[in-house]
Design a protein around this ligand. Structure first.
Ligand code: SAM
Length: 306
């Protein structure tokens, strides 16, 4: 009941399916078909340790997440010993969500980060009387957009939202879409998060430019990602765990060794903390910094659009 009252202004489900890119394409992402036609030979990129034509990566990544969607949350708990929950808590505490916020969680999958953002906003509302969503005009209301390229992951997320009493919450907007070509308008969100997602996109630089485009001035980019461990001793232990235990766990729990083999390989191919930080700065972000957690097993990168 308390939940229903708090979320009175949020009583309608907005489901925005954005498979089409036509809605609000920014200048950065106009598709350039002439260029595609004049360069028939493909460029290559990594898919784990394999080199694949760029245009195939997205399909292969799609297959991975379609395969793992139903066991995704269980596997996250098993692989990280539950630590991913604390890492996501840390990410959202850095974001400092506030009532009325327009937030975009990209590669949002089954909603873990978005639910935390919504919870944090609810808590903030309780602390500041008179700022409930119910009092706000429709336009000013909080929106937490969950964007993911994979409909199977989003379906699991929507089911979880229902279980949390957020099934009809207008403030939670599920969008099928690509991090490299977001359908939100320029300068339309206050915050952008991406957790364990950017490693999977084909062109990281394009995803970063899109993050920059949709953020308002003063808005913050935050990325939680598996990263690089360099401490001698710990690195060897972590590598042994990653390559020997995780794929086997995937095989036992999901009957899918290959997807988890991809996961551990993709982490090794992802740019290290410093390199990724400079990519964020190249996209235009200022005050770029990162925080290592568990010795660099994961890192949270941050940047502001100023
Ligand atoms: C490891 S999951 C992370 C899900 C969630 N953020 C979490 O932390 O639990 C990676 C997600 O990235 C999504 N993804 C991969 N490539 C994407 C892209 N180009 N655009 C948007 N989402 C993408 C996948 O579908 C998948 O749901």
């Amino acid at each position: 009941m308390a939940m229903a009252l708090r979320w009175r202004g949020c009583a309608r489900l907005v489901f925005h399916r954005s498979g089409s890119r036509a809605l609000h394409l920014g200048p950065l992402e106009q598709p350039d078909s002439s260029q595609a036609q004049s360069q028939p030979e493909s460029k290559f990129t990594n898919f784990g340790f394999r080199e694949v034509p760029e245009q195939e990566k997205s399909k292969l990544v799609g297959e991975v997440f379609s395969n793992v969607a139903s066991n995704y949350d269980l596997m996250n708990d098993l692989m990280s010993g539950g630590l991913h929950r604390l890492w996501k808590d840390r990410l959202v505490s850095k974001l400092a969500p506030f009532p009325g916020m327009q937030h975009l969680d990209v590669a949002g999958g089954t909603g873990d980060v978005a639910f935390r953002v919504v919870d944090a906003i609810q808590k903030a509302e309780q602390r500041v009387p008179g700022t409930t969503l119910a009092d706000a005009d429709e336009e000013d209301q909080t929106r937490v957009y969950v964007c993911d390229i994979n409909p199977n992951m989003l379906e699991v997320g929507k089911k979880r939202a229902k279980e949390r009493g957020l099934g009809n919450a207008a403030c939670l907007v599920w969008m099928e879409g690509d991090a490299e070509a977001l359908t939100l308008k320029d300068e339309s969100v206050d915050g952008y998060t991406i957790a364990f997602g950017i490693r999977n996109v084909t062109h990281i630089d394009r995803a970063l430019k899109e993050a920059y485009r949709v953020l308002r001035r003063g808005g913050r980019f935050l990325c939680l990602e598996l990263s690089h461990v360099s401490t001698p001793g710990f690195k060897e232990m972590y590598d042994a765990y990653s390559f020997n235990v995780i794929p086997r766990m995937g095989e036992v729990v999901s009957g899918d060794r290959a997807s988890y083999q991809y996961l551990v390989e993709s982490v090794r191919k992802f740019p290290n903390q410093e390199r990724f930080g400079s990519m964020i700065a190249d996209a235009g972000f200022k005050e770029v910094e990162y925080e290592n957690l568990v010795g660099g097993v994961v890192a949270i990168h941050s940047g502001f659009k100023l």
